[in-house]
Design a protein around this ligand. Structure first.
Ligand code: DQA
Length: 158
């Protein structure tokens, strides 16, 4: 099974940008750790980052028929993007939303996520470790789907 990781605007600057809020880990380092966890658990994983809303919508659409689940940090688009939300609904697969900072204890405009109501769950405020928590959550969700499919196939054999 395949997990698609989608990173929104300015996350390419992790390690440099507002270190007091987002920490010192670079995006590539976060991705290397996620790749290790995916490999250990027998999952494929693909990474994508864009500063453009339409490219993020395109990437979500590409997941249809190709990926089994999405881990996404839509960054600033979290708070504004109906287009990303609609793409997630259209993709019709498990989605875990991640935020490095605790968006609920920052400016008021950050506490509203357009995306959260259409995801499996939201992980916020644990720093870059949140991506690891997202991996564990997604592996659990996809494992349950796999088990349900296997049980269904067995049932149909009878
Ligand atoms: C963020 C939180 C957003 O409000 C912000 O615009 C980001 C990063 C986070 O990971 O904490 O760019 O998504």
């Amino acid at each position: 099974m395949k997990i698609a990781v989608i990173q929104g605007p300015n996350l390419n600057l992790l390690g440099h940008r507002e270190q007091n809020v987002y920490g010192v880990m670079k995006l590539e380092e976060i991705h290397t750790q996620m790749e290790n966890v995916a490999k250990q658990n027998g999952f494929e994983i693909e990474f994508f980052q864009s500063n453009l809303e339409g490219e993020i919508v395109d990437r979500i659409q590409e997941c249809i028929g190709d990926a089994d689940g999405i881990i996404i940090n839509p960054a600033a688009y979290t708070h504004t993007s109906i287009a990303i939300r609609d793409a997630i609904v259209a993709a019709n697969m498990p989605v875990v939303e991640v935020h490095i900072s605790n968006i609920h204890r920052r400016e008021d405009f950050r506490s509203k996520s357009m995306i959260a109501p259409v995801t499996s769950g939201q992980i916020v405020g644990f720093g870059p470790f949140g991506y690891h928590l997202a991996m564990i959550s997604m592996i659990q969700i996809l494992g349950e789907i796999q088990a349900a499919r296997a049980a269904q196939a067995k049932q149909e054999e009878k």
